[in-house]
Design a protein around this ligand. Structure first.
Ligand code: BGC
Length: 262
């Protein structure tokens, strides 16, 4: 949601200050973003104001469920007490399970991540695809809005009047010469084709998605969005890395309207 993005400016609030400040509004959300190269966490109050720094640790290698859960435990110990957890995960999520994880480890297929975290952390956990969580932090809730994230993988989330169409995996859709969007625009593509060609390909992909989805607005996020070197069309904007975490608060408000991402 837009209001939470303004909260980026409040960075610097310490966990200790959060604990001592009665002005922070509950429920406090522990927002977790599991990425192919980094795990990120931040505590946010009910209005999306950060109660901690955005903390990051490299994604373990191999990125098995057990190694990732251990690393998350380490990050969580450095944060104030929270009432609930939101997790953005780089794969398909259904019924609290991770069904795919192209850039992590095969052991994630069918892993009950929600139940495991709830058991370990003893607070309610809500999981969604990472691009969907980014989207919840950015969308306006009107018309067709597409979110693409440029990182290790290519994330995608499609919203119609604020409703998520769960399960879209544009990154793995064939695009050109038998290769997928992610082959060209994810980390591997960037490395293989170089920044200049990657930018040209991204510009073509934007055009292609406009014809495919007829979006009213396209949001582009992810760590590599900062490498974009061409002028974006009027109805295309970039979103900050923090949106992935701020979206964790919005995720809970959209939850009741989005049964597919339970
Ligand atoms: C995954 C998506 C994810 C994206 C960005 C892709 O490889 O299949 O689910 O959103 O990477 O992390």
């Amino acid at each position: 949601m837009k209001s939470s993005r303004a909260a980026t400016k409040k960075k610097g609030t310490t966990a200790a200050a959060a604990r001592n400040n009665p002005g922070y509004l509950h429920p406090i959300t522990l927002a977790v973003d599991i990425g192919g190269t980094g795990l990120k966490v931040m505590a946010l109050d009910a209005q999306g104001s950060p109660l901690s720094e955005r903390m990051r640790t490299p994604t373990p290698d191999p990125a098995t469920p057990q190694r990732v859960l251990e690393a998350l435990d380490g990050l969580r110990d450095r944060l104030p007490a929270c009432d609930r957890v939101s997790v953005g995960f780089p794969g398909v999520i259904k019924h609290g399970q991770t069904l795919t994880a192209a850039n992590l480890h095969p052991d994630w297929v069918g892993f009950p991540l929600q139940a495991m975290l709830e058991k370990g952390w003893k607070i309610p956990v809500h999981l969604a695809n990472d691009a969907a969580v980014q989207g919840y932090g950015a969308i306006r809730g009107k018309g067709v809005e597409l979110v693409l994230t440029l990182g290790t993988g290519l994330g995608s989330a499609l919203f119609t009047d604020g409703q998520l169409c769960a399960g879209l995996e544009l990154g793995h859709h064939p695009w050109r010469k038998g290769k997928t969007y992610e082959d060209y625009l994810g980390r591997r593509g960037l490395k293989k084709y170089g920044k200049k060609r990657w930018n040209r390909l991204l510009s073509k992909a934007i055009e292609q998605t406009a014809h495919t989805f007829n979006w009213d607005h396209l949001f582009i996020g992810g760590g590599n969005a900062k490498l974009i070197n061409f002028a974006l069309p009027e109805n295309v904007s970039t979103i900050s890395n923090e949106d992935g975490l701020f979206g964790g608060v919005a995720l809970w408000s959209y939850r009741s309207r989005t049964p597919q991402v339970k």
